[in-house]
Design a protein around this ligand. Structure first.
Ligand code: XMP
Length: 327
């Protein structure tokens, strides 16, 4: 039987009970597969790798070594949440690497989007490999592959994967416990494993992170402004429940300034561009109608609270003709 093919008879995991049964079965399978050997996992904090981490912690505890690489392009509070949930709450064996300087130094002056993606993806693999080499006696590599990844591995979306994982380190095998599940099923399993809702219901976030939203050549001050503005947008969406109805929403900050006034003085700043889209497959997307009151509040807060931003714009472009990300 092709282990990468979802059997026609496999029931969709839509209830906590079905999730529990799936977890129990996977725990047994993982234990049988790895015995008392060690497993390595790149834990980004995204839904898939987080669910795999929680599942493997349940199955093999400290035999799992998680490596979280902070590339400096995470959203506000994300790396902190990974440490809090996995190290403090789930007592995982977690190695945290703050590689911010390394990534930002490599990206300095690079404005071309695909070049930025290549640098981020390539550097990610290098940092992860270096860490993996330092560790002794790791036999397996775990991955958060899900069923759509297998269905889409025809290369069409290859540029969407962050660089892949080390291919010059030899592992005895791969551990991919959720590879036959669809995204909604992964979320149900994550909840049954006790992961926090904000982690499990997280909106999609591109591998290169804020790197493709800090448009053009990334600078630390503009990246900081973007991260703060994005946090305000998310907070205000949470406050009015838009986080439950909008598929993806974020801020992009371009690399030009406009003239404004602050405290009766000329104040040049970047615009913050709001993007909020709905889609089923990310191939096409429509624009969500955001109430004016919410847009006003977000505008007031961002321009008052974020150093360097003096305007807020709302992007009304559907996909096509615009892509969801600006780069
Ligand atoms: P676009 O911009 O192509 O985005 O309309 C479609 C979906 O893919 C995400 N995206 C990425 N995800 N690496 C990723 O892992 C990337 O380089 C990347 N670029 C876009 C985007 O956020 C949206 O959900």
């Amino acid at each position: 039987m092709d282990s990468n093919k979802r059997p026609d008879t496999m029931e969709r995991i839509v209830t906590p009970e079905l999730a529990e049964a799936f977890i129990a079965e996977q725990v047994k399978e993982v234990r049988a597969q790895v015995g008392n050997k060690k497993v390595l996992l790149a834990l980004s904090g995204g839904v898939d790798s987080s669910v795999v981490a929680a599942l493997l912690i349940k199955a093999i505890g400290k035999q799992l070594v998680c490596v979280h690489v902070n590339h400096g392009l995470m959203r506000k509070g994300e790396s902190e949440q990974v440490i809090e949930v996995f190290r403090n709450q789930l007592d995982a064996n977690l190695i945290y690497i703050d590689a911010t300087d390394r990534f930002l130094d490599k990206l300095a002056g690079v404005a071309e989007p695909e070049k930025k993606r290549k640098i981020i993806g390539g550097e990610f693999v290098r940092v992860f490999e270096e860490e993996a080499r330092k560790l002794e006696g790791i036999s397996f590599l775990a991955q958060g592959t899900i069923y759509p990844d297998i269905l889409e591995s025809d290369g069409v979306k290859a540029h969407h994967n962050v660089g892949g994982l080390p291919d010059d380190i030899h592992f005895e095998g791969l551990v991919e416990p959720v590879k036959l599940l669809y995204k909604d099923e992964v979320r149900v399993v994550g909840k049954a494993l006790g992961l926090p809702a904000e982690m499990v219901d997280r909106q999609p976030f591109p591998g290169p992170g804020l790197g493709v939203r800090c448009l053009g050549a990334i600078t630390r001050d503009r990246l900081h402004a973007l991260r703060e503005a994005d946090a305000i947008l998310r907070e205000e969406f949470d406050n009015v429940g838009l986080n439950k109805t909008v598929w993806q929403y974020f801020i992009a900050v371009p690399d030009f300034k406009s003239v404004g006034v602050r405290d009766n003085k000329r104040y040049e700043g970047w615009p913050a561009i709001i993007r909020a889209v709905n889609t089923t497959d990310a191939m096409s997307a429509t624009i969500e109608e955001i109430p004016y009151s919410v847009l006003h509040k977000i505008t007031d807060r961002i321009t008052a609270e974020v150093e360097g931003i003096n305007r807020v714009l709302y992007d009304l472009t559907p996909k096509p003709i615009g892509t969801i990300e600006w780069e």
